[in-house]
Design a binder for this molecule. Structure first.
Ligand SMILES: N[C@@H](CCC(=O)N[C@@H](CS)C(=O)NCC(=O)O)C(=O)O
Length: 256
């Protein structure tokens, strides 16, 4: 088993699809027109898609600068091999992608048995469960696992949902935003939960931090965390992690 590291772009280990030709898992198929990459972890052949002796790895359908970024971050934390298929914006509404995601959105993850999972938080939880040794998800049934579920759902419903409504209201010129109030309440609650802690579960970094810090990261990048210095510091701690930096090389590519 390879040591968990890197998504790889930094050292040129991100392989274009052309270099993957010849293996069943990567043969040019209906997605040949999309920009495909495979993550190579520490030179591990499995990540290059050489399946002769190795299991098929999942495939992430993604676009840069979207909620796909949190999945890329988690993959880097896990050191997990994964094939990447980058979709062009117009491909999201193609029949092919609508068969993966009924709303034509990204990210979507195809598991090794062909099942496709959408919703970034669900994808992150599933990937964390597939790699228990990485330690980003506590054992099933434990109190810590319950807290991970709590913060993942809080991040998606109480932080992200009002944040994007607030951002939309701002873009529409609204000065009095009820969604700002709702986001502010949740932000204050999270900031106080983090008091004296590095991560939501204490010293242990978990998948809940990937979700919450990535949601808050998009608030921070818009200058919307000025009232919560504790959350700014939390986002900055997350973004200083080597896995985040590796993932950013893919996640922050220009949208084209
Ligand atoms: N709740 C979903 C949201 C997915 C989503 O809205 N993705 C955006 C990119 S960040 C998208 O694909 N939008 C295209 C569209 O709405 O047509 C998740 O977390 O995966």
């Amino acid at each position: 088993m390879t040591a968990p590291t890197a998504l790889a772009a930094a050292e040129g280990r991100l392989k274009p699809a052309a270099e993957l030709a010849g293996s069943p898992g990567t043969a040019p198929g209906p997605h040949a027109a999309t920009s495909r990459h495979s993550l190579e972890i520490d030179g591990d052949d499995r990540a290059r898609g050489r399946w002769d002796t190795e299991p098929i790895v999942p495939r992430l359908y993604y676009m840069p600068r979207t909620r796909s970024s949190r999945v890329l971050w988690l993959l880097a934390e896990l050191g997990a091999p994964c094939e990447l298929t980058r979709l062009a914006p117009e491909e999201r509404k193609s029949a092919e992608h609508l068969a993966r995601h009924p709303l034509g959105r990204v990210p979507a993850l195809e598991l090794d048995d062909g099942t496709v999972v959408f919703e970034s938080a669900a994808i992150c939880l599933q990937l964390a469960d597939l790699h228990p040794d990485a330690g980003v998800i506590p054992p099933l049934g434990s109190a810590e696992r319950a807290l991970v579920y709590q913060w993942v759902l809080f991040g998606m419903t109480e932080l992200e949902a009002p944040l994007y409504r607030w951002v939309r209201e701002g873009a529409e010129g609204s000065t009095d935003s009820p969604e700002h109030g709702r986001f502010a309440q949740s932000a204050a609650a999270l900031e106080s939960a983090l008091e004296g802690r590095e991560w939501l579960l204490g010293e242990r970094f978990t998948v809940a931090d990937v979700i919450c810090a990535s949601v808050l990261g998009s608030a921070h990048s818009r200058g919307l965390l000025a009232d919560w210095p504790g959350l700014q510091a939390y986002v900055e701690r997350g973004e200083a992690r080597p896995a985040f930096i590796e993932a950013a090389a893919i996640a922050n590519q220009p949208r084209s």
